[in-house]
Design a protein around this ligand. Structure first.
Ligand code: GLC
Length: 408
């Protein structure tokens, strides 16, 4: 036994570091060319599995790529802007290089097979990513135009927070937190194509959807990344409104609010902790999130943390689940979530705990490579291989003090 442990240690010491693994995957996933008369340049989220450009995947990939190749990081973000509509909208998935396949049509929010992008959004972190990877987003009018579209179309209550019309707009597709609201029409359930079809009829227009009594959601991750973007743009922060609407003082957690009925959705997932990434989150709230939840062994303190769903939830599936339909965000640990909560741990002075969290994931990456997600108990790699945004591990393994100052 002892000999084996030694040889494992030896292998780690001389295997590629997490930063080398990250740069290798980003290099391998790079795609550029021309399609439909426009230039594109982006990182394929996972070669083969996800061929197109995804909005938030690209933002995360560009954040890390700035370390190795800042010009390409900028090109990746500009590629999102290359499909921007005149009204400012930028979609969730952009179909460069090949149109959406017939088999995926029922699951993708497009008006037709010829669509260049979906009609749905993903968490709007472009301005923040631009600030980290490129420079001042306020100097790029197209970024401000996207913010204007979001405010005009998704700020349903006039308090500056955004509402989503489908679970996948949060990037957290099949999280169990959505099931009390969307039920059998949730992502990963057989009825999901019915939700897509219904929203297609309503033009994915959030006000029309709400007015028909269909579900809409004020979601925590979307609004956390939105607040970071507003601050990057030098605009008033959405953090006070986020606290006002979604902070649950009794439970010490952020919980999404749903309409109809102004209902709070109570399933505890990592998104309840995501506001830790906000530099202007009141420190007392941040400390409760960390001490009562992130460092709680029955919820989020697993060997490789934070699991995407609290271990105390009945719906927790740490091994990624079973069955023919792949269902994401139901327990395994994702690197982007780890990075976002780690930012808060660093900011609030939980240095040892932040290091423990980083070391858990760094070890998993050095053993398993960049996978889409990891078993929170063992670090076993799961889901897609060579998954680009897991390159964020470089931010944990080799924190960049200059960047850290700009995002804390
Ligand atoms: C899955 C994830 C989503 C991601 C996409 C591409 O749908 O849930 O967050 O953007 O894959 O990687």
């Amino acid at each position: 036994m002892e000999r084996r442990a030694d040889s494992v240690r030896h292998m780690h010491a001389f295997g590629p570091s997490a930063v080398d693994i990250a740069s290798g995957v980003l290099a391998q996933g790079w795609r550029e060319g021309e399609w439909d008369g426009r230039r594109y340049a982006y990182t394929e989220p996972s070669p083969g599995r996800y061929p197109w450009q995804w909005y938030w995947d690209s933002c995360f990939a560009a954040i890390v790529r700035r370390r190795f190749d800042p010009a390409k990081a900028r090109a990746e973000l500009e590629s999102l802007l290359a499909v921007q509509r005149p009204d400012g909208f930028v979609g969730h998935t952009i179909f460069w290089r090949q149109p959406v396949s017939w088999t995926r049509l029922a699951f993708y929010n497009v008006t037709s097979r010829r669509s260049l992008q979906t009609e749905t959004i993903q968490p709007p972190l472009l301005a923040w990513a631009w600030k980290i990877a490129v420079g001042d987003p306020a100097r790029e009018p197209r970024i401000a135009a996207q913010a204007e579209w979001l405010l005009a179309n998704r700020d349903l209550e006039g308090d500056g927070l955004l509402w989503i019309v489908q679970p996948d707009e949060s990037g957290l597709d099949a999280s169990p937190k959505f099931e009390p609201l969307w039920g059998r029409r949730s992502v990963g359930r057989l009825g999901f194509p019915l939700l897509v079809a219904r929203n297609r009829c309503l033009g994915w227009n959030a006000r029309r959807i709400r007015d028909r009594g269909e579900p809409v959601l004020c979601e925590t991750v979307v609004n956390t990344l939105w607040s970071l973007s507003l601050q990057a743009l030098g605009r008033p922060s959405a953090t006070p409104a986020l606290v006002e609407r979604l902070w649950d003082e009794d439970r010490g957690l952020f919980l999404d609010e749903a309409m109809p009925g102004a209902r709070q959705l109570g399933v505890v997932t990592w998104s309840s902790l995501a506001p830790l990434a906000l530099p202007d989150l009141p420190a007392a709230i941040g400390r409760r999130l960390i001490e009562e939840h992130l460092l709680n062994p029955s919820e989020f303190l697993t060997a490789v943390a934070p699991p995407s769903v609290a271990a105390s939830e009945p719906g927790y599936e740490p091994d990624g689940g079973h069955g023919p339909i792949r269902r994401y965000w139901r327990g395994p640990t994702w690197v982007n979530s780890a990075w976002l909560v780690w930012l808060g741990m660093r900011r609030l002075g939980y240095e040892a705990e932040a290091k423990r969290l980083a070391d858990g994931l760094i070890g998993a990456v050095e053993r398993e490579g960049l996978r889409e997600y990891y078993d929170p108990r063992t670090g076993k790699g799961l889901g897609a291989k060579d998954f680009a945004w897991s390159a964020l591990i470089a931010e944990l393994a080799d924190p960049d003090p200059k960047a850290l100052n700009s995002y804390l």
